[in-house]
Every structure is written in structure tokens, then in C-alpha cells.
Design a protein around this ligand. Structure first.
Ligand SMILES: *Cc1c(COP(=O)(O)O)cnc(C)c1O
Length: 378
């Protein structure tokens, strides 16, 4: 079963035997040289020129005015939500079809997630689901929408661009802007993805990137907040560097800050990876095109008109749960490490009591998505 699928994946990787991972980092001499250089310089930890340089380069790449380098994507989400004003007891709208970090970041703020449905056409949060929830479950106040049943303010919304396929950010911003709800984009998976000619993560109040080992580029670990708002950038930098007040030798802090800095060692690694980002993107597009051409008998999720996807992970949509499981089983038996989508967050034990809508499309997609290997071959 599925020998055509298995053959195609093996051909993509020019490999008839051995395990094919889902997505692993590509690195070599350039990364070694970059890391060796900062070791020689002595600046491996919390300060160094590479952090500043990385912030400049990633901001410029994404077309954001500011970027703040952070230890990882989850911490970046946490701080972006705090800067957006999320407080204990608040509600934050998130898609249930996301990696757990999206909801965990909400929990770290002492707030609770509201799990709303995704759109099958985009894989991302459905602006109509958000509109319906706000219309039927909330009332307007001068502090923004208040959830009627609990009295909790809806303090933010965190859409996510799943597997690098851009969601309908314009539609969502229209709904959220109307009600004064700040949007924080979880662009952890969508470095190199655009809506029109604008990079994902640059539409809302802030956007978040991840440089974890399985993402497009990595620093071993790492994350960033993108924003056009200088106050958001300053506040994010302050909160992620223990809220230390600038002084030549005094140690004073004006808030409970976090040690969420990106070490200079990781920034140096990331700078070397950035040199290869466009090459990675090109090859990932080629891989996705081969899958599309060779797997005509399967339903593959395609880049939507008006958007550019980074093709981080290709998405196969199986006919039903049973065929999804059969594909996962057959590929794993053949040493190809395909993966199902995350278990919807509202089904996890720590989130199974939170507010949600019907989540029909989430259930549909959760039963069917299979991610195909996508490591760049360059
Ligand atoms: C990877 C990821 C994160 C978290 O990033 P880390 O750097 O691993 O902390 C958050 N959200 C989504 C959707 C992700 O895929």
C-alpha cells in the first residue's frame, strides 16, 4: 500500500534506503566558522555584536521596522502577549489546530485560551469563526469585548500560519481591528511566507518567529518578535532582558522581567543560516512541486492565490482518519518519518475545559493531515 507515495518521497531524497526524517537542520562549515569566531571573541552569552546584527538582518528580511531576538519562539509569544496587554483572567483567541506553544504562551500570562475553528481553505484561524464568537458571546465595553458568560475581557488574538501556509490575515484584522483586539501573529512556521508582498508576522501588533531545530533556519534554539511599533520593541527587549535598567555598573530592575535573551552564540549560528535561507526556500519549493506532480492521486494542500508559502512542511489531506493512519503506518514501516497534525489543543487535558466553538473544520483536518518530509537538500 502507498508504494507510489513511498517511492516519490525516496526519489525526492535520492535515497533508496535509510531513514528519511521529517525535517532536520542543514548546517556545515559556515556554521562551524561562525560559532568558532564568537568563541574566540569571548562573547558567547547574553551580549555581543551578533545579536544586534541578527536583529537587524531578520527585521530587514521580513520588512519589519524592529526585531527583538529571543531565546525561543514560545518565550517570544509569551512576551508579545504581555506587551499587548494580556493580563491574568483575560481571554485570548487562538486556533485549536496549532502547536501547543500557542496556547501555553496564553497560560503563562495567567490568561485562558478560547479555541476557535480554522478554515479548511487556509488551515488557519477562520475570521468568520472569530466574528461569530465575538457577536454571539461577547458584549462591547470601553475596554474592548467582554465575554458575557464569564465577564472576562477578550484581550488578544493569536492566528497561526500553519506549516508556512499564510492564513487570511486581512480578514482577521478586519474583525479584530473593529473591536480593538490586538493581533499577535504566530509566524513561528512561516519565515519566508508572504501575503501579497508582505511577510507574515508583520501585519498585527507584533509577530513571532521560531528558530527551533526543525524550523526553516535554526540557531539550535531561538526566536524573535517582529514589530513596526518602537514602543513594543523597547518593551519586549526590556522584559526579555530581566527588565534591567541601563547603567554602567548598577544592577537595578523595574519589573519582574524574564531571562529570555538569545545568546550571542546562537545569533552567530543564525547569521550563518540566514545566508542560506533563500537557497533553502527555493529547494523546499522544488520539493513541494515534485510532490504535487508525482502525487496526483492524493490531495495535497496547495499555496493559495495571492500568497507565497515557504513550504516548510508539505500537507497531504487523506480521505479519512483510517487512510491517514494507514499512510502514517505504511510510511513509517518504510523508514519515512511522516507525521500527523498536532492533537487539537482543546482535547489536551490542560485545555479540555476552555471555551471553544464547534471546531468542525479542526476535527476534519486533524483526522486527515499528514505532513511529508521537507528537509532542504542543499
Ligand atoms: C515551533 C512553534 C512555536 C514555538 O517555537 P519554539 O522556538 O520551539 O519555542 C510556536 N508556535 C508554533 C506554531 C510553532 O510551530
Amino acid at each position: 500500500m502507498y508504494s507510489d507515495l513511498i517511492r516519490t518521497i525516496r526519489e525526492v531524497y535520492g535515497d533508496r534506503s535509510g531513514t528519511i526524517p521529517l525535517h532536520v537542520p542543514r548546517m556545515g562549515e559556515a556554521e562551524k566558522r561562525a560559532v568558532a569566531k564568537v568563541i574566540d571573541s569571548g562573547f558567547v552569552s547574553s551580549v555581543g555584536p551578533e545579536v544586534d546584527e541578527f536583529e537587524r538582518r531578520i527585521a530587514a528580511y521580513c520588512g519589519a521596522r524592529h526585531a527583538v531576538a529571543i531565546s525561543n519562539g514560545t518565550s517570544a509569544l509569551h512576551v508579545a502577549l504581555l506587551v499587548a496587554g494580556v493580563e491574568p483572567g483575560d481571554l485570548v483567541i487562538v486556533p485549536s489546530l496549532s502547536f501547543v506553544a500557542t496556547a501555553n504562551a496564553v497560560s503563562y500570562c495567567g490568561a485562558r485560551p478560547v479555541f476557535l475553528d480554522v478554515d479548511r481553505v487556509t488551515l488557519g484561524l477562520d475570521p468568520e469563526a472569530v466574528r461569530r464568537f465575538l457577536q454571539s458571546e461577547t458584549q462591547v465595553s470601553d475596554r474592548g469585548p467582554i465575554h458575557r458568560a464569564t465577564g472576562a475581557p477578550v484581550a488578544a488574538c493569536v492566528p497561526m500560519h500553519a506549516f508556512g501556509f499564510p492564513m487570511d490575515i486581512h480578514g482577521l484584522l478586519e474583525v479584530c481591528d473593529e473591536r480593538g483586539i490586538p493581533v499577535i501573529e504566530d509566524a513561528a512556521e512561516s519565515l519566508g511566507s508572504y501575503v501579497g508582498n508582505r511577510h507574515t508576522g508583520t501585519f498585527g501588533k507584533a509577530g513571532v518567529l521560531s528558530f527551533n531545530g526543525n524550523k526553516l533556519i535554526t540557531g539550535g534554539n531561538g526566536g524573535a518578535i517582529l514589530t513596526d511599533d518602537p514602543d513594543v520593541a523597547l518593551e519586549a527587549k526590556h522584559l526579555t532582558t530581566t527588565a534591567k535598567l541601563a547603567h554602567r555598573y548598577e544592577y537595578a530592575h523595574d519589573r519582574v522581567g524574564f531571562n529570555y535573551r538569545l545568546p550571542n552564540l546562537n545569533a552567530a549560528f543564525l547569521l550563518a543560516q540566514m545566508d542560506r535561507l533563500d537557497e533553502f526556500l527555493q529547494d523546499k519549493r522544488a520539493i513541494a512541486e515534485t510532490y504535487a506532480q508525482e502525487l496526483k492521486d492524493y490531495r495535497l494542500f496547495r499555496e493559495r492565490e495571492g500568497t507565497t508559502a515557504n513550504h516548510w512542511l508539505s500537507v497531504l489531506i487523506a480521505d479519512d482518519r483510517q487512510s491517514r493512519d494507514a499512510i502514517l503506518h505504511a510510511t513509517h514501516e518504510a523508514g519515512i518519518l511522516t507525521r500527523p497534525v498536532w492533537q487539537p489543543l482543546h482535547t489536551l487535558p490542560m485545555y479540555d475545559h476552555d471555551i471553544r466553538d464547534g471546531l468542525e473544520q479542526t476535527a476534519y483536518l486533524a483526522d486527515r493531515i499528514v505532513n511529508l518530509p521537507g528537509t532542504p537538500r542543499v
